[in-house]
Design a protein around this ligand. Structure first.
Ligand SMILES: Cc1cc2nc3c(=O)[nH]c(=O)nc-3n(C[C@H](O)[C@H](O)[C@H](O)COP(=O)(O)OP(=O)(O)OC[C@H]3O[C@@H](n4cnc5c(N)ncnc54)[C@H](O)[C@@H]3O)c2cc1C
Length: 469
């Protein structure tokens, strides 16, 4: 095919559930490509000499490599190209914010629409599942030094995956009843079906990884005890960022105020929560959107989002915003809450300010400024602030681990070793709330460091590690 022919193919669309059939349940909204559509989309790739898409991918996946295999009908080979770099392709192909990562860096995005890299990756993974192919690398023979992994999110899963494939027995300790971190208790099932996460844990267990839930490190047992009493030679801490950031305004303690990740965690763990008919969500990122769409699915009728900037500044992906608006959630732009009013301990109204955009920083992001005297009231049954999260430090209880002013762990950027030499960390606990792919990358970097540490090798030598901060 000539480049002009490739350029003439329009970006292919994935099937989606229509609004009425998805709004009352948690069925997956976006479907995958069929074989014919996947090959047509793969034919849009120009196989650039300098594949910028690969630089845009936090894991550095060989994107042109798997696409070339796909368009030649070599689906299994294409899948294994992805597996060279990625421990969680089924997850990343569905939830990565592709428009800000690989697809944002695709050369075709400069003058039109990027190649649908995420959907092509998903096609290969789904094809392997549908055709009952073996999807995991062979396990290694066990070695004698064992590693503790604290937290079962993508960072911990990836560290365990790589260490187990080197033969190191690993135990993942998870404080919640469910495994998968924010993949399981944050991202709703309509974006990431739970059988995908369960399959990853089945593969880890198959390679000798032990998984223990309902154990909070720092409370039920300390990191020091894991090392001194239970014989773990090194520890990976991948505890994420699960502590909700507060709005810091009057009335936040009233009944009817619930923070975004706390609400999503409870729903994901099976609690039945109806927030009432009218729900106001505060924030402009993926968490706010997931909260709003989940509230609709748990019975709320009138859900809207308050965001203090405009649509252009929203950090959420365009596809998510599109789905949100399709489902009838309104976004009140340039507005921010200043006080929550209540009666008898329960919220009744939210007082807000109108905002305008002020000075912009070097990246072009403009500061929201209050418009004096613009106060207005919104009546609501619930308000859900979803304005970011901090790292919870229960895990390092009793150890003087160094942390940044943001509360994230200080690590060596090349090795992810913390200030305590036998402890390594990565993912949201180092980067702050970020993405699954960045957690996967850091889990892999940490696994390599832990292996070197256990084998008495130089941790730094020959490393070429991406700075994702
Ligand atoms: C609602 C929501 C939507 C998101 N959407 C996307 C998206 O679309 N795309 C994307 O790429 N990213 C998304 N993210 C971000 C992504 O999920 C995270 O960046 C990623 O999961 C971080 O991985 P992690 O392994 O570092 O931490 P986590 O996934 O947070 O896992 C940490 C785990 O450690 C456990 N833990 C904490 N403390 C202890 C302790 N003391 N003892 C034992 N266990 C402990 C926690 O319970 C948790 O299971 C979203 C996040 C949220 C909250």
């Amino acid at each position: 095919m000539k480049p002009n022919e490739r350029l003439a193919i329009p970006r292919q669309k994935a099937p989606e559930l229509d609004v009425l059939s998805r709004i009352n349940n948690f069925s997956e909204v976006t479907g995958g490509f069929d074989e014919e559509t996947a090959i047509r989309e793969a034919n849009r790739c120009l196989q650039c000499k300098k594949p910028t898409c690969r630089q845009g991918c936090p894991i550095g996946n060989n994107i042109p490599g798997f696409i070339e295999n796909l368009r030649n009908g070599k689906f299994e080979e294409g899948y294994w190209v992805i597996r060279e770099t990625s421990s969680l392709p089924a997850v990343c192909s569905r939830v990565c914010p592709h428009e800000f990562q690989c697809e944002g860096a695709c050369i075709r995005a400069k003058k039109g629409e990027a190649v649908a890299i995420g959907l092509l990756e998903r096609f290969l993974v789904d094809w392997m599942v549908k055709n009952n192919r073996n999807m995991a690398r062979a396990c290694a023979l066990p070695k004698d030094k064992k590693v503790a992994i604290v937290g079962s999110g993508p960072a911990g899963m990836t560290a365990a995956y790589h260490l187990a494939h080197e033969g190191y027995p690993c135990t993942i300790f998870e404080s919640l009843p469910a495994f998968g971190g924010m993949l399981a208790v944050g991202i709703p099932a309509y974006r990431l079906p739970r059988d995908i996460i369960n399959a990853e844990f089945a593969a880890l267990k198959n390679c000798g990884v032990t998984v223990s839930n309902n154990i909070t490190i720092g409370k039920d047992i300390t990191l020091r005890q894991l090392k001194d009493e239970q014989g773990f030679a090194a520890v990976f801490v991948g505890v994420g960022a699960h502590s909700s950031r507060k709005l810091g305004i009057e009335g936040e303690e009233l009944r009817g105020v619930m923070h975004g990740v706390d609400y999503l965690r409870r729903v994901c763990l099976g609690e039945e929560i109806n927030l009432g008919d009218k729900v106001v969500v505060v924030g402009g990122g993926n968490v706010a959107i997931d909260v709003a769409r989940t509230a609709l699915r748990t019975g709320s009728k009138d859900v809207f989002i308050l965001y203090r900037r405009t649509k252009q500044e929203m950090p959420a992906s365009m596809a998510e915003i599109h789905h949100l608006e399709e489902e009838g959630v309104r976004i009140e732009f340039l507005a921010a809450p200043i006080k929550i009013h209540g009666e008898n301990g329960r919220l009744t109204k939210i007082e807000c300010h109108r905002m305008k955009l002020g000075e912009c920083d070097a990246s072009g992001r403009c500061r929201p400024v209050v418009i004096a005297g613009s106060n207005f009231m919104i009546e609501a049954d619930a308000i859900i602030p979803a304005i970011s999260q901090n790292v919870d430090h229960t895990a390092d209880n009793g150890l003087a681990m160094q942390i940044t002013s943001w509360g994230t762990y200080i690590v060596d950027p090349a090795t992810l070793q913390t200030s305590v030499p036998w402890i390594f960390s990565g993912g949201d606990s180092v980067l702050g709330p970020q993405t699954a792919a960045k957690a996967v990358y850091q889990g892999k970097v940490a696994a390599e460091s832990i292996k070197r540490y256990l084998e008495g090798m130089d941790l730094q030598e020959g490393r070429n590690v991406r700075d994702l901060s």
